[in-house]
Design a protein around this ligand. Structure first.
Ligand code: GDP
Length: 297
């Protein structure tokens, strides 16, 4: 997912590490190239600027230019700064699912991959953490979406809340809570309705569900291919509903990775998982260390 950026930075760093002695100007030039590479990867300008500023602060001064391997020093500073930029609190991929039954609210725009991600997470919680999981679709506007979740549940061997026609999302959320308690489930996932755009009704509905469910996690699912738009959507959802983490989908596509790099810096929210395909096991934890390693080679 970061091939182009990785290639570009590889070139810059190759020159830097081969150069031997470095002047402050050499470092400045290299960092300017890093900034351009970030912008080409669709990282937003303020984020790229802040990032370079932070690196520059650490890279200027005697320690780098006078060290025996100045180029490698710069690369290490970029690496460490990248990890700090991407990292959130807590362990990557860990969700707060203690105190059963723990509600997890899934929010996002229509088509972002929310229902698929709900099933992917359920499968993961069941298989990796041995949790008893219940899924419920709250998408009363789209019966097909409710059916889709039920089918996915059958595929992965996870229970779904029986569909009752005519119920509103808040009633379904309450029923899910009761069922999760009575049925001895550890976790229940609430797949809310999405829309093509963030509008009042979407927000009001998600907020009403949030208020009755009192979720331990509110995960926003966003399409990673949409670049800066993904970051804007996340900012808006967080302002209006409050999210605890982000899942970036379609990272198996040819996106440039900018959304992944800007998300934490712009929204303050960590990316918890990335979606890497349509199958129910195509979900990966987002590890800042590993991602930085992948980008810097
Ligand atoms: P929702 O409207 O947000 O619930 O979106 P869906 O879960 O129905 O997903 C919309 C489409 O995106 C489906 O065809 C999914 O198979 C596909 N999709 C979801 N996540 C990913 C992903 O990580 N990678 C790819 N390539 N496709 C995905």
């Amino acid at each position: 997912m970061f091939e182009n950026l990785s290639e570009r930075l590889g070139g810059v760093f190759d020159r830097l590490t081969k150069a031997g002695a470095l002047s402050e100007d050499d470092v400045k030039t290299a960092l300017r190239e890093v900034r351009t590479a970030l912008l080409e990867a669709d990282v937003s300008l303020p984020v790229a600027r802040d990032f370079i500023k932070a690196v520059q602060k650490k890279a200027t001064g005697a320690s780098v230019t006078k060290s025996v391997t100045p180029g490698q020093q710069v690369v290490k500073i970029v690496h460490d700064e990248l990890v700090a930029f991407l990292a959130g609190e807590g362990e990557p991929g860990k969700l707060k699912v203690d105190n059963p039954p723990a509600p997890i609210l899934m929010v996002g725009l229509q088509g972002s991959g929310k229902t698929t991600t709900t099933a992917k997470l359920a499968k993961r919680l069941k298989e990796r953490e041995g949790k008893r999981v219940l899924m419920a679709s709250l998408d009363v506007n789209r019966p097909a979406a409710m059916e889709q979740l039920a089918i996915l549940g059958q595929q992965i061997g996870v229970d779904t809340l029986p569909i009752v026609k005519g119920e509103d999302p808040v009633t379904i959320a309450k029923r899910a809570k009761t069922q999760a308690g009575l049925g001895g489930y550890d976790v229940y996932l609430l797949d809310t309705a999405g829309r093509l755009h963030i509008d009042q009704e979407l927000i009001a509905q998600a907020a009403a569900v949030r208020d009755v469910a009192n979720p331990r996690e509110t995960l926003l699912v966003v399409d990673g291919l949409t670049g800066q738009d993904a970051v804007n959507v996340a900012t808006e959802f967080d302002d209006k509903i409050g999210v605890t983490g982000v899942v970036l989908t379609r990272m198996d596509g040819d996106g440039r990775g900018g959304a992944a790099l800007s998300m934490r810096a712009v929204t303050g929210k960590p990316i918890k998982f990335v979606g890497l395909g349509e199958k129910t096991d195509a979900l990966e934890e987002f590890h800042p260390e590993r991602v930085a390693g992948r980008i810097l080679g």
